[in-house]
Design a protein around this ligand. Sequence first.
Ligand code: ATP
Ligand code: MG
Length: 427
Amino acid sequence: MPKKFQSLSGMHDVFGYQFDYFERVREVVLKNAKIYGFHGFEMPIAENKEVFTRGVGKHTDIVEKEMYSFKTKGGDDISLRPEGTAPIMRAYIEHGLYTRPQPVKFFYFAPFFRYERPQAGRYRQFWQFGFESIGKGGPVVDAQIIVLVYNILKELGVCDVVVEINNMGDDVCRGEFKKVLKKYLKKNSSFLCEDCKKRKDKNPLRVLDCKKCVKIKEEAPQIVDYLCDSCEEDFKSVLEFLEELKIPYDLNPFLVRGLDYYMGTVYEFFARRKDEESPSFALGGGGRYDGLAELLGDEVRPATGVAMGVERVVELMRENKVILESEKPQVFIAQLGELAKKKALVLFEELKKSGISVSESFGQDSLKSQISRADKMGAFLTIIIGKEEAVEDRMILRDMDSGEQEKIKTSGAVKEIKERIKKSKKK
Ligand code: ATP
Ligand code: MG
């Protein structure tokens, strides 16, 4: 027997409802990107490894554990992209985009690669959409990116989203905070997990992000108490803008994000699940990264952005039983018998031609299950052609809301159906 193959561990096929939801997310992202003035960006799947070791940071989970890196035949060290911000900043510098009117605003919708332990909601190839605004910044830009993502989630039917927000300080105040934090971690190192014991000196902030080290946070120093005047001012403004925009947020003094390039305002979008038992999870996050351009060999450039996990957004759409508009046919054709099938097939083509969205399940023979399918799909009208109707050259129109049925003649049926749809839209 020849070997049967499976997709690689952590890499999944996208099809069926997931594909339809993916398309919907892409469509809403594209539409909103246009409204808010973000231009599309396609980055290469691989980059020089250093774009990430320098950009994302040597002591981050991504670079330490999760990158797909290898040497090419020509001897170059390259990595599959684990995220999109560092490549876009590489491009900004490479193409001298600082000479254009600032800020330069890009969005992407693309797959990324991280060699993680596969588990629910965590893949080795996953998709993100993201927005980046580079070259000129300020709290208003952060707030606008947050409201943009919030609007996208709302439009996709993902409600009950909360923004957790913090300010990580800048080069001035973060240095002081790191010193205090290091001291605290040293004193309390018995509470740290094995990973954090190792990283507490090189990347003490990362300990605050650790899901295992909960106890240590209870009395840990908080960055908000160490912010310099300009960071504090900046943070206050972002919060005021969010209040003005009525975006629900929670202050989270321990939110630090896993990537080195963040400074100043950082945030994550959390979904509160309907089912109390299921934990809330992060859909994505972002923040300011003014220092990234310098890490990649340029100078400090004000910049801010966000990245959202598409699989997680799609999972919530499914949980919230979001019905896709395009899935909802105006008309469903149910049939029974050979002659009815023939007539139904022709009617399907006629309705399509006249611009009516129509659906069917011609492979099924039970009228009951066809009508229940029409109901599930959210059809407005179901056309029933049974054995008797087929012979009589008639059909039954069933209003799916009221359940009322009426028999009409096949000739002139398309016109009649069109009129009914038009009337229902006016209601
Ligand atoms: P975590 O702490 O959960 O590992 P992260 O800090 O690595 O998250 P980001 O790099 O900020 O995550 O990515 C933004 C979003 O992208 C995440 O909130 C998540 O929705 C999605 N994401 C990240 N890694 C994966 C993955 N391996 N599989 C699926 N989605 C992912
Ligand atoms: Mg991660």
